[in-house]
Design a protein around this ligand. Structure first.
Ligand code: ZN
Length: 380
């Protein structure tokens, strides 16, 4: 595979940064850099570490051989940003690379560590799905899955005491396995959180979020930025869980809460909303009083071209049956790029006609229209 060296470069850089960018280079990085030195045609290979780090911050399209670049990586971005993996490199690592890489034994320790972290949640999910599918305690297992998922989204920091309180009565989840999705905060380490994007880290005296394209203003006096006081047993979500579960979960929960409000006002029309039905077959199921069901999945991607290939027909067997389905895009993404939905619709032509692509606002209006239709239907 032509992009293999690019992938190794990303893994190697992830490991290098974990070690605070100190010599010697991790083995994987050093191999990838040797190969890179031979492949470079557009620029000369830098002679110093400073020169190399500066090159890695530049948009890859300006220096990386185009034929060796994976098409899933947005080449307008560099591999590093202010000395850390760039947002695009993190996205590529967590959303593309780990999805398809079966790491061999020769992979570096950190690459394996990242993959293991990524698998921790996957393993819980698969186990709960199996119990559910075998019709063994399905309601309880569904309930516990929702508790876990919401907990990870709403508690990017937790404590051992809180974990014990919340997960001591669960039948299918252990306190220990939930605790392993978090890492311990070091004593007196400054811990910051943003309500909009989760745990923050300090870089060059400023607070940085995990996904600057979604949330980039973290001045310490902003109301959604908080400092946590360190205490014994304080834990922070592991990076991979933060990236894959917590961050995408924030717009999912935001939509859920809007719909919950609508449901409490119009419960005769909108009878129920199920979160992550069928152990996460999709995000939300809306059940209307005339018996029709809608399935909803929220997708928060910066680039519609990256999102398009991920859109497929939602699972709709048995209780998860739906009459219409919706992919909902956070408003902010459409403000950042006016032709977002146009591109997405063009790229996702193969979707069935009952699947709609809408903004958060347009979806809210669609639900309201449905409620009004049902009200009229009843009074006439
Ligand atoms: Zn933020």
């Amino acid at each position: 595979m032509e992009s293999k060296n690019f992938d190794n470069l990303i893994f190697g850089l992830a490991e290098f940064i974990c070690r605070d960018a100190k010599y010697p280079y991790p083995k994987m990085l050093s191999h990838a850099l040797n190969k890179l030195a031979l492949d470079l045609t557009k620029v000369l290979y830098p002679r110093t570490l400073t020169g190399l780090l500066a090159l890695l911050e530049k948009p890859v399209k300006t220096w990386y051989p185009p034929s060796l670049l994976p098409k899933e990586f947005d080449s307008d971005f560099g591999l590093l940003y202010e000395g850390s993996l760039s947002e695009e490199a993190s996205r590529y690592l967590y959303e593309e690379l780990l999805e398809r890489t079966k790491l061999s034994n020769s992979a570096s320790a950190v690459a394996q560590q990242i993959a293991i972290e990524n698998l921790q949640f996957q393993k819980i999910l698969e186990r709960l799905q199996e119990i559910y599918n075998n019709d063994n305690d399905p309601e309880q297992v569904q309930q516990e899955y929702v508790w876990l998922r919401r907990f990870l989204i709403e508690n990017p920091y937790t404590t051992t005491v809180q974990l014990r309180k919340v997960f001591s009565q669960t039948r299918h989840l252990s306190i220990q396995e939930v605790g392993e999705l978090y890492e311990e905060c070091e004593e007196n380490e400054p811990c910051w959180n943003c309500d909009r994007c989760g745990p923050l880290f300090e870089k060059y005296g400023q607070l940085r979020g995990i996904k600057p394209s979604a949330c980039n203003d973290h001045r310490q006096d902003l109301p959604y930025v908080q400092k946590l006081t360190w205490k014994q047993g304080l834990r922070r979500l592991k990076f991979g869980i933060h990236w894959r579960i917590c961050l995408p979960g924030i717009p999912e929960m935001r939509l859920f809460k809007v719909l919950e409000d609508l449901q409490s006002n119009y419960s005769e029309q909108l009878c129920a909303i199920h979160l992550y039905p069928g152990i996460d077959r999709y995000d939300l199921q809306l059940c209307f009083c005339n018996g029709s069901n809608w399935a909803v999945d929220v997708k928060d991607y910066r680039d519609p071209y990256n999102l398009a290939p991920k859109l497929t027909s939602l699972f709709g067997e048995g209780d998860l049956h739906y009459d219409e389905s919706f992919y909902v895009i956070p408003n902010q993404r459409l403000q950042q790029r006016e032709d977002y939905l146009e591109i997405l619709r063009e790229q996702a032509k193969k979707l069935p006609s009952i699947t709609h692509l809408l903004s958060e606002t347009a979806f809210g209006k669609r639900v309201m229209t449905k409620i009004e239709c049902l009200q009229v239907g009843k009074s006439s």
